[in-house]
Write a protein that binds this ligand. Structure first.
Ligand SMILES: Cc1cc2nc3c(=O)[nH]c(=O)nc-3n(C[C@H](O)[C@H](O)[C@H](O)COP(=O)(O)OP(=O)(O)OC[C@H]3O[C@@H](n4cnc5c(N)ncnc54)[C@H](O)[C@@H]3O)c2cc1C
Length: 411
């Protein structure tokens, strides 16, 4: 097998947003990083492509809010470094039945974490958004300051460009087949399907929906990360109402709790269209994607929701654009950020299972993964205890069968 001869401090496998952010963080610290991607960079077959992702600090789990707040600052710093914008700020609006447990937890968390927010009843919501958003009488709304849109593909490109600028080497169309300890030299040997071999002191694996297969192959650990195929849906705003749905017109990013969980962004990426998808999907094999059209039942759910919430200003007959994407779900929807351990010890780090909500935190995740690889710890004050690789072992919640039932239910 051919050995590239070059030696790296850290080899990052997987060039989605997490791997690209990690490579940037490593290179920025003056270390030599190699980023390997199996397809073309900025391809559309993973989880990080597309026009937009929501950023919001309103989480039911307190440990995410602080990562979002850190990331919000890092998005601003990074876009200043590159010289163009990827982060478009607006407020975030969460809504749902007043007895919804997750929404109650969001409100409690905003209070204890001092996240600026206001809880509104149905009448106040109507006034707040000048009639553009309506909620039923038994719902509440939460307006919070930290919200906005991250331009997804543009952000991945930004991290890659900055990584190169800081000296990283980026290689696409290089599928990694094996990662093992180098018995002769120490460090980690990474083998690609095309026969090339690379050597690094450390390795970070950020392979998204391919994580389960790769971790099983290299470490024999069964991580129940289930790929789901999901669709981003755009709907047409009725003529004359377009300005009502813009960031400059005060429209927020939004999330609607309960069944189904619906989320969306203001009109930004396509003139006259607003993004309103469902947080759900169908289990899939990333090697054998079916690229199925959005299930009619999903479209029906969103139609009904649009008619109720947006008071006739959005055409609910059918979405006009649907873009396919993959989630990498864990059973508890928490991330997996950990050392592989065992024979690999702290030399190999994994970052995956971002469960459809990781993009906004990519700057913080990249920094954590870089610190773990370079220094053997996540960083001062960083708490990753909820993200253990082995938390599913012997835990009924981690049982793949139960998990698949849960996923099907959520569809
Ligand atoms: C429709 C949709 C909407 C979303 N909305 C939001 C949102 O509003 N807010 C938010 O915060 N998050 C959101 N997310 C989640 C977010 O986009 C993901 O959490 C994030 O993109 C995951 O990035 P990743 O780098 O882990 O995975 P990926 O982007 O899939 O990157 C993994 C990469 O690894 C490569 N790879 C795999 N195997 C190998 C191998 N053997 N060798 C080399 N390379 C390999 C893959 O080709 C891929 O490029 C959404 C996701 C989707 C799909």
């Amino acid at each position: 097998m051919e050995n590239s001869g070059e030696q790296f401090d850290v080899i990052v496998v997987g060039g989605g947003v997490m791997g690209s952010s990690t490579a940037y963080q490593i290179a920025k610290r003056g270390f030599k990083a190699l980023l390997l991607e199996q397809f073309d960079f900025l391809h559309h077959r993973g989880s990080s492509h597309g026009e937009s992702r929501t950023i919001r600090a309103t989480y039911p789990e307190p440990y995410y809010s602080s990562m979002v707040m850190d990331s919000s600052k890092l998005w601003e710093e990074t876009q200043s470094e590159i010289g163009y914008k990827v982060y478009f700020k607006t407020s975030q609006f969460d809504m749902g039945p007043s007895d919804n447990k997750s929404l109650r937890a969001v409100i409690a968390n905003c209070e204890s974490d001092s996240i600026p927010h206001r809880v509104l009843d149905a009448h106040q919501v109507f006034d707040e958004f000048s009639g553009r958003i309506s909620i039923p009488e038994n719902w509440v709304g939460v307006v919070s300051e930290v919200g906005g849109v991250i331009k997804a593909t543009k952000a991945v490109s930004m991290f890659q460009t900055l990584a190169i600028k800081h000296g990283a080497v980026l290689r696409d169309n290089t599928e990694v087949e094996n990662i093992e300890r180098d018995g002769l030299r120490g460090g980690i040997s990474v083998s690609a399907k095309n026969g090339e071999k690379f050597w690094g002191k450390k390795c970070v694996i950020t392979v998204g929906a391919w994580m389960k297969k790769l971790v099983k192959r290299i470490a024999g650990i069964e991580v129940p990360i289930q790929p789901l195929e999901t669709s981003v849906l755009y709907w047409r705003i009725k003529a004359g109402h377009e300005d009502d749905f813009t960031i400059s017109g005060g429209f927020p990013t939004f999330a609607s709790y309960g069944e189904p969980y619906i989320y969306g962004t203001p009109m930004l990426e396509f003139p006259g269209l607003i993004k309103i998808p469902v947080h759900a999907g169908q289990p899939c094999d990333p090697e054998e994607r079916r690229w199925e059209p959005t299930a009619p039942a999903v479209v029906e759910m969103v139609k009904e929701w649009i008619e109720g919430r947006f008071g006739g200003a959005v055409e609910a007959a059918a979405p006009v654009v649907a873009q396919s994407c993959m989630y990498s779900m864990t059973a508890d929807e928490d991330f997996v950020v950990d050392f592989v351990g065992g024979e690999m010890g702290k030399e190999v780090v994994v970052g995956g299972g971002f469960s459809g909500h990781g993009f906004k935190m990519a700057p913080a995740v990249g920094r954590i993964l870089a610190e773990m690889a370079l220094r053997g710890e996540a960083g001062e004050g960083v708490d990753i205890k909820h993200f253990g690789l082995r938390r599913f072992l012997g835990n009924p919640k981690g049982n793949i069968k139960d998990f698949e039932d849960q996923v099907n239910f959520c569809c």
